[in-house]
Design a protein around this ligand. Structure first.
Ligand SMILES: NC(=O)C1=CN([C@@H]2O[C@H](COP(=O)(O)OP(=O)(O)OC[C@H]3O[C@@H](n4cnc5c(N)ncnc54)[C@H](O)[C@@H]3O)[C@@H](O)[C@H]2O)C=CC1
Ligand SMILES: N[C@@H](CC=O)C(=O)O
Length: 353
């Protein structure tokens, strides 16, 4: 039974939730999935870094209330983050990248992924930066090094939109999509409809673990823009860059705009979309839209997301589920590891046959 050694880069809401799952579910995974996970290193900007070749106790990592630089107290620990050393030298099979998303150039996460793949380590990530900005390069690097680069959680958290569209809907010919792709902004719009002011609603989304470290990315649409690029490049074989996608967020919507919408049986939603045009070009956009209540996306509430894929053979197929949340996003990382495990097991079986 394989035990995958993993190194966590970033130890915030998502990777901490993964450590919690490891602490409570390893025995279940051994039975149902056929592997266990062992954390051999962690590096975090705030907490520092630690390497333990035999493995760190996941429960202790989660429960100890480490202060700034607190990993320095651990055996094999330092008070400073040391991402490059850990990624390149820790005895990890898989690097789990969950640092801040940088919507401008994806760094330093792009470098984290590059170092890992070049060192022959798989990468699983929920970070949208490297996927939106450097997926082509990173996929090629993974292939050249015989490892996998997986990123299901970069769009719609643990809801399996990327794998579903690519694997289960293969051949259905996706021509475009539109959806609610940011949990925070959708949550904020709903809370404003319930009477909260914008700033308080954003604060609530932060407490619940939905928002980006800088929530400007959520409310100004930059986060959705990255997700539109990721989906367009994956599902429509586009080569879009974030700056090519028109982007407008929800920050200019006032409480009175939202009340007026409710009085006319409609609702504001932040919609991300992309489509293939008649001339073969692909365009994407992010913008608030006033939807009538009977529109399928109007009833998608809270941090839930939904995307309707416009396909040639099936017409519209809508996928809905959690779009943000610590545990929900940690599940995406697990699903990526399951995919790697299954792919490797399939190769091993083929070689043995
Ligand atoms: N929370 C959510 O619902 C979802 C989050 N994501 C993405 O997953 C990633 C992680 O999200 P959260 O855990 O919620 O964020 P978070 O802000 O709670 O945690 C990020 C952690 O990374 C650390 N960090 C930042 N830069 C670093 C660096 N250069 N080196 C080492 N550590 C660094 C921070 O100290 C922090 O502990 C982000 O990229 C986010 O956009 C994706 C889908 C959903
Ligand atoms: N901040 C993001 C988290 C997931 O990508 C969101 O709210 O959707």
């Amino acid at each position: 039974m394989p035990i995958y050694n993993i190194a966590l880069i970033g130890f915030g809401g998502v990777n901490r939730a993964l450590a919690e799952l490891i602490a409570t579910k390893n025995a279940l995974w051994e039975r149902d999935l056929g592997f266990r996970l062992n954390i051999v290193a962690v590096s975090d900007l705030y907490l520092g870094s630690v390497i333990s070749p035999n493995g760190l106790d996941a429960k202790t990592l989660v429960e100890a209330n480490f202060a700034k630089g607190g990993f320095g107290q651990l055996s094999g620990g330092r008070a400073e983050a040391d991402n490059e050393t850990i990624i390149k030298t820790a005895p990890a099979d898989i690097i789990v990248e969950a640092t801040f998303t940088n919507p401008k150039d994806g760094e330093p996460a792009v470098s984290h992924c590059r170092w890992a793949l070049q060192s022959g380590k798989h990468v699983v990530t929920t970070n949208k930066g490297p996927v939106a900005i450097a997926a082509r390069e990173l996929k090629a690097l993974a292939k050249a090094n015989g490892v996998y680069f997986e990123y299901e959680g970069s769009v719609m958290s643990g809801t399996p939109v990327i794998r579903m569209a690519e694997k289960t809907l293969a051949g259905a010919e996706v021509k475009g999509f539109e959806g609610i792709l940011n949990g925070t902004s959708n949550f904020v719009l709903g809370r404003m409809e319930a009477g909260l002011d914008f700033a308080t609603a954003v604060k609530e989304a932060q407490i619940l673990g939905y928002a980006e470290a800088d929530p400007t990315a959520d409310v100004e649409g930059f986060d959705v823009r990255l997700k539109v690029v990721i989906l367009a490049n994956e599902l429509l074989r586009a080569s879009l860059k974030p700056e090519e996608v028109m982007c407008k967020g929800i920050s200019k919507l006032s409480s009175s705009d939202i009340e007026t919408a409710a009085a006319t049986n409609s609702r504001w939603k932040l919609i991300g979309s992309a489509a293939r045009n008649a001339d073969g070009t692909i365009t994407g956009s992010v913008s608030p839209k006033l939807l009538p209540l009977e529109h399928p996306l109007a009833g998608v509430n809270g941090a839930t997301n939904a995307v309707s894929l416009n396909t040639e053979l099936l017409g519209s197929v809508t996928i809905t589920g959690p779009g943000a949340g610590r545990v929900e996003t940690a599940y995406a990382l697990l699903s990526d590891i399951v995919a790697i495990h299954r792919a490797q097991t399939a190769v091993a079986t083929k070689v043995a046959a």
